[in-house]
Design a protein around this ligand. Structure first.
Ligand code: FES
Length: 296
């Protein structure tokens, strides 16, 4: 690419190699100072390792909350051009006037049409379809049979039925019993590996039994600095279970979560549709009693 050169032969463009959080910020800073930026990364998208993290040390901040504004800004910035799936092959020249050869690998999709919806992944005939040799004859336990066959029948003619099926099963049982997932695989033709990938990706889903009331204790930064840890300890003490565990009566599960979007009420706990803000440890026994009383 040709760029205007100043009198001392300097190019008004920069190449940032690596689209992790550091590369993203460098690209934004350069572009903001009026320089055309090429942001190259060997992966199919920018974001780097941080895009795989839930929280970041030492503040426990949500990684995606840090990255998302930068991703959007880079996507919209007129002076930043992303060159993904690419590798730097050679660099020649001198400071202010480099020439770089970049090898761009094929993406195998039409990125002028792709919206990133992921529907192709769910419907990929080679990756996600059960092969004949994998088919087992799964029979559902009687307590699940009617409900699960009803859910499958409800979504049978739908395009991309897997997600609504999993949502309905989750609504019915609050978790995914293993045999039900095997049965769904057998009946829908989605591979068990693909179903498991979805079932373990979303925090709303669980492979372990979950209590009727999930104590979602926010451990985001605002709540953390206002004593969320003490509240979590109090919940574990009152309920007699640890984080991520469920009481034997299947009433409560304690689940530490990241920012739930109401930091002004920190520290916050949510269970079902009920939000408890500005919580103090002395409030916890009363909250637990309230739900226990409802069950009696
Ligand atoms: S940090 Fe707890 S609601 Fe935001």
């Amino acid at each position: 690419m040709e760029h205007n050169r100043t009198e001392d032969n300097k190019v008004g463009a920069a190449l940032v190699v690596g689209g992790g959080i550091g590369g993203m910020q460098a690209a934004l800073d350069l572009a903001e100072s009026g320089i055309k930026v090429y942001l190259a990364d060997n992966k199919s998208s920018i974001g780097g390792v941080m895009s795989q993290l839930d929280k970041t040390f030492p503040t426990n901040d949500c990684a995606m909350c840090t990255m998302a504004p930068r991703l959007v800004e880079i996507g919209r910035h007129k002076d930043i051009e992303k060159i993904t799936l690419s590798e730097v092959e050679s660099i020649t020249g001198q400071p202010g006037n480099f020439s770089v050869t970049i090898k761009k690998n094929p993406r195998y999709i039409d990125d002028t049409k792709c919206t990133g919806c992921g529907a192709c992944v769910s419907n990929c005939p080679t990756r996600n379809t059960v092969q004949p040799e994998e088919i087992e004859d799964i029979v559902l336990e009687s307590q699940f049979d009617e409900e699960v066959t009803g859910i499958l029948a409800k979504h049978r003619d739908r395009k991309g039925p897997l997600m609504p099926i999993l949502q309905d099963i989750n609504a019915a049982y609050n978790y995914f019993p293993e045999n039900i997932l095997r049965y769904v695989s057998q009946e829908t033709g989605y591979s068990l590996a693909h179903i498991n990938r979805i079932a373990t990706f979303y925090s709303a889903f669980s492979l372990k039994p979950i209590g009727k009331h999930v104590i979602n204790m926010c451990m985001g930064t605002a709540c953390y600095v206002r004593g969320a840890e003490l509240l979590l300890e109090k919940f574990t003490e009152v309920l007699g279970i640890g984080e991520g565990e469920t009481t034997p009566d299947m009433l409560f599960t304690i689940k530490p979560v990241r920012c739930i979007g109401c930091c002004g009420l920190a520290p916050v706990m949510i269970t079902g549709d009920d939000v408890y803000g500005k919580l103090q440890p002395k409030d916890i026994p009363g909250i637990v009693n309230k739900y226990q009383a409802k069950e009696q």
